[in-house]
Design a protein around this ligand. Structure first.
Ligand SMILES: Cc1ncc(COP(=O)(O)O)c(C=O)c1O
Length: 365
């Protein structure tokens, strides 16, 4: 029997949010609601869907789906470059931003290195680092937010990378300008800051610390963004990174040559140009958030105000039980700690279903 190294076998497999079809098949129900993976409940831009259809129906032209995709993603990179005023050679496309996390770690980290990250935060940071035989240094959140000062204090000569999810998943909190500034001032240029901004389009707080400023100042920052969240294209798997060119060059050596599909590139290109869809998605999210806050307040439940499209709720009972209870009602959410759950903000009817089911099982009513 062949065995992986212990740093691989020790990894707990990522448990994705339960797919709707699976739950409905298991329970023999229909009309279930998935609020578990922070997807956009209104779906993608109609323009992106049209681009997909056109892409499928294109006969054997250079961009037909019988051909390999443009491995360089020329048109999409051009659009991102224009939108964000960065150079095309400072952009890398990924099969979701998830793949870029993995590529960044494989490119820069070797066994024995240390990578600093928050806890709890996006679990893929931990597994990617561990799989490389390196040490994930997990710094507890402070007030449910990345404690950037404690993260700076955790730096040793072995530290090569720092992950900052801003907003953080699962808590929905952000780091503010002054906090990031202090961290950036205190670190040397042989450390890569990975600023994971998967939910940036939902942020409304003017104090939000955008890492773009530091990238533009020439610092070692890899900014990760995605088309899976507000752009509603999670199923197509496409995201992008922005970093100094030398970092992109190194990461491209490990990037599979055709990692983003023709259809994903076409849909993302249409999506990034559709500001109306982004505005509409933000409005649905804000309204849903207010409704959920009000209902959670009425139930006397503790939650963390969110700058993203999900809410972290702290219960006084076991989160796995609540998860199972809600599943039995066809409502899929995510248990994220012993007593904590994370719920994605959905459409009004979906939010109502969640609240109704939650109120049936909550014990501190
Ligand atoms: C903080 C954060 N980063 C990255 C991702 C990965 O997104 P994707 O690979 O779909 O781009 C997620 C997905 O939930 C996330 O929450």
């Amino acid at each position: 029997m062949i065995k992986p190294p212990s740093y691989v076998s020790e990894i707990k497999p990522y448990v994705p949010g339960k797919p709707i079809e699976e739950l409905e098949r298991e329970l023999g129900i229909t009309n279930s609601v998935k609020l578990a993976s922070n997807e956009n409940p209104i779906g993608p831009s109609v323009k992106a869907m049209k681009a997909l259809l056109e892409g499928i129906m294109t006969p054997d032209t250079s961009s037909g789906i019988n051909r390999y995709p443009d491995g360089n993603g020329y048109y999409l990179k051009k659009a991102i470059s224009e939108k964000l005023s960065v150079r095309e050679d400072e952009i890398i496309l990924g099969n979701g931003s998830n793949e870029l996390i993995d590529i960044a770690v494989r490119t820069f980290i070797q066994p024995g290195d240390e990578v600093v990250m928050g806890n709890p935060s996006f679990v893929v940071y931990f597994s990617s680092v561990h799989a490389q035989g390196a040490k994930a240094v997990q710094i507890p959140l402070k007030n449910y937010t990345h404690d950037l000062d404690a993260m700076a204090d955790a730096i040793t000569p072995r530290t090569k990378m720092i992950f900052i999810a801003n907003p953080n998943n699962p808590t929905g909190t952000i780091n503010k300008k002054d906090e990031l500034h202090r961290l950036m001032e205190s670190i040397s240029d042989d450390i890569l800051i990975v600023a994971d901004e998967a939910y940036i389009e939902y942020v409304t707080d003017p104090e939000y610390a955008e890492s773009m400023k530091y990238f533009k100042d020439g610092r070692n920052v890899l900014i990760l963004r995605t088309f899976s969240k507000i752009y509603g294209l999670a199923g197509l798997r496409i995201g992008y990174g922005i970093a100094p060119e030398y970092i992109v060059i190194e990461m491209n050596k490990l990037r599979p040559p055709f990692n983003t599909s023709t259809l994903a590139q076409k849909a993302a290109l249409a999506a990034i140009q559709d500001d109306e869809h982004v505005h509409a998605s933000r409005a649905v999210n804000e309204n849903g958030k207010q409704y959920l806050y009000e209902e959670l307040d009425k139930m006397g439940l503790k939650y963390i105000p969110s700058q993203a499209n999900f809410i972290y709720i702290i219960l006084e009972q076991n989160s796995s039980e609540i998860y199972e209870n809600l599943l039995s009602e066809g409502v899929i959410i995510r248990p994220v700690g012993q007593k904590e759950i994370r719920v994605t903000i959905g459409l009004p009817e979906q939010n109502r279903r969640f609240i109704e089911s939650l109120s049936k099982f909550i014990i501190n009513k």
